[in-house]
Design a binder for this molecule. Structure first.
Ligand code: EAX
Length: 358
């Protein structure tokens, strides 16, 4: 009699049922496994998408900016306002890390680091810059500017723009100028009331041929060296004096050694914010725009810091017993005329003419 396995043989039926159960469990297991696998892949997919977008969101670029001034200096404060403004404009995507006080080297060394792309940005005096981009030397000619308004007008107009752009030919693109006021002599052992008082005095100059020529024309013995070396050079008598604007004289604490300051205001040598073209070319269009806008903001802020710092500098000088002289400038103007006359290169002569007529 035919019989169903189930009906006729309870043992066999039990075996089959067990087998079916096992198969079901196995199917369930594999289903679950498949589901898990799917879940896993989905998880991986979602997290990679999230991760990717987060990376994009948090992708920041930090530019290293090195300069030689102390952090109490108004030009440093201007750079801090650049840093803040850039952070705000880019919502933290483009940032600046500042290395002040010559931590990464002298102005000259820092410019070389920019050229090879090891440092991204710097702020130097246009005097130092003239060693790399010759056109800048005209800004350091004694008495080429009549007053600060003349300086601002020149630097804000075509001449300033052309100079900033010119740097790119030498891997040093200028972004903006900062106010560095006017420079005057300070000395250790005697006041300078007329150019003759400079005779036989060793005067530190910036590493700039025009500054060297000027001190020589006025009768002093020029001794070029970097700003960072100057305090101990004054202290040890390597030089008898130097020349600079009031905030630099004060924040460097050179006034602790030099007690005579003569406001002959021979030059209005400005400071320049520079970015290496190696770095500039790597920035996106947006990043370039943020940086340009932040530079503009910092120029206005820096002028205010500068004015406040000049006023404060004279208070500090007075409190510390520094004698400040206001000499008859015409003697200095006359004696330093040979500097401007020494410029014979036609393009520089044209530039000088344009500045004077500005
Ligand atoms: O660039 O070297 C100097 O005297 C400069 O005034 C200063 O470092 C700013």
């Amino acid at each position: 009699m035919p019989r169903t396995i189930l009906g006729s043989d309870p043992e066999a039926a039990g075996f089959i049922i067990t087998q079916i159960a096992v198969v079901r469990i196995l199917i369930d297991f594999y289903r679950q496994k498949l589901f898990m696998e799917l879940r896993k892949s989905l998880f991986v997919l979602i997290s990679s998408v999230l991760l990717l977008s987060c990376t994009q969101l948090s992708e920041t670029r930090t530019l290293a900016l090195a300069h030689g001034l102390p952090t109490s200096h108004p030009v440093h404060q201007g750079i801090v306002s650049l840093q803040k403004s850039l952070y705000e404009k880019s919502r933290g995507k483009l940032q600046i890390k500042i290395y002040a006080d010559g931590q990464l080297g002298s102005e000259r060394e820092t410019l070389e680091l920019l050229q090879i792309g090891s440092v991204d940005m710097t702020k130097v005096s246009s005097a130092t810059m003239s060693n790399f981009v010759p056109d800048y030397s005209v800004l350091n000619i004694p008495y080429i500017f009549r007053d600060k308004q003349h300086v601002f007008r020149t630097l804000e107009g075509d001449i300033g723009r052309e100079l900033l752009d010119k740097g790119a030919d030498f891997w040093l693109k200028g972004l903006c100028f900062y106010d560095a006021g006017s420079r005057s002599f300070y000395t250790k052992s005697k006041p300078i009331q007329k150019p003759e008082d400079l005779v036989s005095l060793k005067i530190r100059t910036m590493n700039d041929p025009t500054a060297v020529k000027m001190v020589r024309a006025l009768g002093g013995a020029p001794t070029p060296m970097s700003f960072g070396e100057l305090y101990s050079a004054l202290q040890q008598g390597v030089v008898d004096g130097a020349e600079n604007n009031p905030p630099s004289f004060v924040t460097s604490r050179h006034f602790e050694i030099c007690k005579y300051y003569t406001l002959d205001e021979h030059t209005y040598t400005p400071d320049i914010l520079i970015i290496g073209t190696k770095t500039w070319s790597r920035l996106s269009v947006m990043e370039k725009q943020w940086l340009r806008e932040a530079a503009k903001v910092s120029v206005q802020a820096q002028r205010k810091y500068w004015a406040a710092s000049v006023a404060e500098s004279f208070r500090v000088l007075k409190k510390n017993g520094v004698q400040v002289y206001t000499p008859d400038k015409t003697m200095f103007v006359e004696k330093s005329k040979s500097v401007i006359e020494s410029f014979s290169e036609p393009s520089l002569k044209r530039l000088i003419k344009r500045i004077k007529e500005n």
